[in-house]
Design a protein around this ligand. Structure first.
Ligand SMILES: Cc1cc2nc3c(=O)[nH]c(=O)nc-3n(C[C@H](O)[C@H](O)[C@H](O)COP(=O)(O)OP(=O)(O)OC[C@H]3O[C@@H](n4cnc5c(N)ncnc54)[C@H](O)[C@@H]3O)c2cc1C
Length: 430
């Protein structure tokens, strides 16, 4: 179970199958570091590890336990690239920065697999590529456009015919697809716990149950206050993503937390496993309200989809995820469903991740729009470069001003309205 979480989204497969860990102690004294990091998900842990490798002293403060947020709950898809097509990044950020973003995001999957190999992280990593399956002609066109644009930037994504997709996935529900060989899938919580171990081995101090309640500037330093201790540091990285609270109101209001939920079966028989996802891919479909699905290492089928904010809406979406699984794979009708859980994705208004420099020795990286396994790992590296003094012009991701999303306190209403609209468009393949 995910501790200190709403029961309706707490019964997580990843928590139930997590590797044993040495717990991170609570901060109970006054300590100091070159760099303080708030949040121990992929962003904060990757930043911490990269900074320690650069010789900086680093302390991470996590409100719960490492990997507690989205990093320990997600679908485990290692998906390279940004949501927007490569040429859109160039149009929005100019040729030089656009190219850097394309390179960084395109190589982000390889960064994940390299870290896993380098630190021998046991997280069922499968570099089998990231497969996207088209539900309709509109989806297929968008995949064709992505393949074409990535080819212009030196990446060889392969378009798949209808029979190719059927053979890879074991369902004939899709009309075609695209595979990005730079991606794959993994056990997300065990990846986060492995990054945590690697960072600790490199000398990073990581404190659990240490929510930062107050953040103040004291002369040249920042003071981060928790319930029982405090940390002084010259630089601070805010890595709180969809779990950004009132600690920094502007940051909290710059992203919308979108709930995503998953369900998982009991381990399937060998017979079922030979027909369902035989290539062990973790595909996403191309609907606006997309579904993503996979197998875990013990052969449990996992389906993920858009969640709701109330308990009632969440239950309904969990039931829909099970129903959709059975529609794709009727063989699942008789299996037992063992897990159901969820978490919050941080969505941004422009669909790009954001890197902010508050010009006072503090920076933040967040807003991966549901694509953070690879991209948050890469952003952690960029934040490490920033914290060690790399100027903005030399960073691999653009520093942008913080923009609050209008009417932020009412986001659940806005999100639900958009979900209804998207559902309609998806139904008609528009
Ligand atoms: C259900 C779900 C499925 C997803 N599927 C995929 C997928 O398949 N592939 C993919 O690439 N991405 C996926 N994502 C997105 C991905 O998980 C995230 O983008 C990524 O984990 C973000 O990492 P992070 O470190 O920035 O944030 P998080 O992992 O959310 O970590 C933020 C941490 O900050 C801590 N925190 C907050 N406030 C404080 C404070 N005041 N003091 C101390 N600590 C604090 C929180 O406790 C939390 O642990 C999914 C997300 C969800 C929720």
């Amino acid at each position: 179970m995910i501790e200190n979480e709403q029961p309706v989204i707490a019964n997580s497969l990843w928590s139930a199958t997590a590797n044993p860990v040495v717990p991170c102690p609570e901060l109970q004294s006054d300590v100091s570091a070159d760099v303080a990091i708030v949040g121990a998900g992929f962003t904060g842990l990757s930043a911490a590890l990269h900074l320690a490798q650069m010789g900086r002293s680093v302390a991470v403060l996590e409100a719960q336990t490492p990997g507690w947020g989205a990093s320990g709950r997600n679908g485990g898809q290692v998906n390279p690239g940004l949501i927007e097509a490569p040429n859109d990044a160039i149009a929005s950020f100019g040729p030089e920065m656009g190219q850097r973003m394309i390179r960084l995001s395109g190589q982000a999957g390889q960064l994940v697999f390299d870290l896993i190999a380098q630190h021998q992280i046991q997280c069922d990593a499968r570099p089998v590529g990231w497969l996207r399956a088209a539900n309709n002609p509109r989806g297929l066109r968008s995949l064709e456009q992505k393949a074409e644009q990535w080819a212009q930037h030196g990446a060889d994504l392969q378009l798949l015919s209808r029979p190719d997709v059927e053979q890879a996935l074991g369902t004939n529900a899709y009309i075609g697809g695209l595979i990005d060989p730079r991606g794959g899938n993994l056990h997300p919580l065990n990846y986060a716990l492995g990054l945590c171990d690697a960072a600790r081995a490199a000398g990073v101090r990581i404190y659990g149950q240490s929510k930062v309640e107050k953040l103040e500037r004291r002369g040249p330093e920042h003071l981060l206050v928790t319930k029982r201790g405090q940390l002084r540091a010259g630089r601070v990285l805010l890595c709180t993503n969809g779990y950004s609270g009132p600690l920094h109101r502007g940051l909290q209001r710059s992203v919308v937390p979108i709930r995503s939920v998953q369900v998982a079966t009991e381990p399937l028989s060998d017979e079922l496993r030979s027909h369902i996802l035989p290539g062990l891919h973790a595909p996403s479909d191309t609907r606006r309200l997309l579904s993503y699905f996979r197998m875990d290492a013990e052969g449990r089928f996992v389906m993920g989809a858009r969640g709701g904010y109330s308990v009632q809406a969440t239950r309904a979406r969990l039931a829909q995820a099970r129903a959709w699984s059975i529609k794709l794979f009727p063989q699942l009708a008789k299996v037992r469903w063992e897990f159901e859980w969820g978490g919050d994705i941080a969505a941004t208004a422009d669909h790009y991740p954001h890197l902010h420099d508050f010009e006072n020795g503090m920076a933040a990286g967040l807003g991966y729009n549901g694509r953070g396994v690879a991209m948050a790992t890469a952003m952690g590296k960029v934040l490490a470069d920033w914290a060690s003094g790399t100027p903005h012009a030399d960073l691999d991701f653009p520093v942008t001003p913080l923009r609050k999303i209008p009417f932020h306190p009412f986001y659940p209403l806005g999100v639900e309205a958009r979900v209804s609209y998207y559902k309609l468009l998806d139904r008609f393949g528009l």
